[in-house]
Design a protein around this ligand. Structure first.
Ligand SMILES: Nc1nonc1C(=O)N[C@H]1C[C@@H]1c1ccc(S(N)(=O)=O)cc1
Length: 246
């Protein structure tokens, strides 16, 4: 998978891509991350990339032409068609299902805004979809791009070792993850649930699924309805929730 990032701070994205799973995915040839700086395509002595908003108001808006030239340069760097994504608070909320869809593509082109955002004419002409990582305002889209790159990188086949498998991740089955425990069994903070020490993997799997169900119901009830639970699981959940101390 190739990811091109158009950003005034491409070194930011390069830095995040030089650590952990993303770096390993690149080393394994599973992913390539490339930065493109609109300022390199800006004209004039000051190489302007922004200007004041028409209609007045605070802040600055990113100019069309430097962004457009950077997008074109990024597109031309590889023959594969790129899905152009603009990271913005106005975007569709990013979910694991969307991450899975994007992780299956051969190429993404991420547009990172700064200031008050990007001239709308550029968005309309060049952007395939707008995505948001949450209902808050960042100083730049680079952090959002980093989140998306990390999320799609770990889903590249071969990116995670077996011990890191994404198969049991939160949201993998539409639910939050179950609690996890490791050594020691006995600790001043408590003990490990007996079932996890039983060696009975059918029981362990059932416990984990039910813990994930209960945790999701308690913390993210909105996800429970989407999870399409079977009648047995829904009955168990209703009983467990009725007696849960949380
Ligand atoms: N949340 C997010 N998810 O993805 N990107 C996010 C983000 O905050 N990006 C900000 C840099 C860009 C931006 C865009 C628009 C506005 S504005 N004028 O609409 O307030 C403010 C800030």
């Amino acid at each position: 998978m190739r990811v091109d990032v158009v950003s005034l701070f491409p070194e930011f994205v390069a830095q995040m891509a030089s650590h952990g799973v993303v770096a390993r995915a690149q080393e394994r040839g599973l992913l390539g991350v490339h930065g493109w700086n609109p300022r390199d395509y800006a004209e004039g002595n000051y190489r302007r990339v922004d200007d004041r908003p028409f209609g007045g108001g605070p802040g600055m808006v990113m100019l069309i032409d430097p962004l457009r030239a950077a997008l074109e340069a990024a597109r031309a760097a590889d023959a594969a068609e790129a899905r152009v994504i603009y990271l913005t608070p106005q975007g569709t909320p990013l979910t694991q299902d969307k991450v899975k869809e994007l992780a299956g593509r051969s190429r993404l082109l991420l547009l990172c805004g700064r200031y008050e955002g990007v001239d709308e004419r550029l968005v309309e002409a060049e952007v395939d979809e707008e995505l948001s990582i949450g209902d808050y305002v960042l100083s730049g889209g680079e952090l959002a791009a980093a989140v998306l790159i990390d999320a799609v990188a770990r889903l590249q086949p071969g990116a995670l070792n077996d011990a890191e498998s994404a198969a049991q991740d939160s949201f993998e089955h539409g639910l939050l993850d179950c609690p996890h425990y490791t050594r020691p069994v006995e600790h001043a903070l408590g003990t490990v649930p007996d079932v996890l020490l039983s060696g009975n993997h059918a029981l362990i799997d059932a416990w984990r699924r039910r813990q994930a169900l209960l945790r999701t119901w308690l913390r993210r009830p909105d996800l429970v309805d989407k999870a399409a639970l079977g009648p047995e699981e829904r009955q168990w959940l209703e009983q467990a929730a009725a007696t849960s101390p949380e």
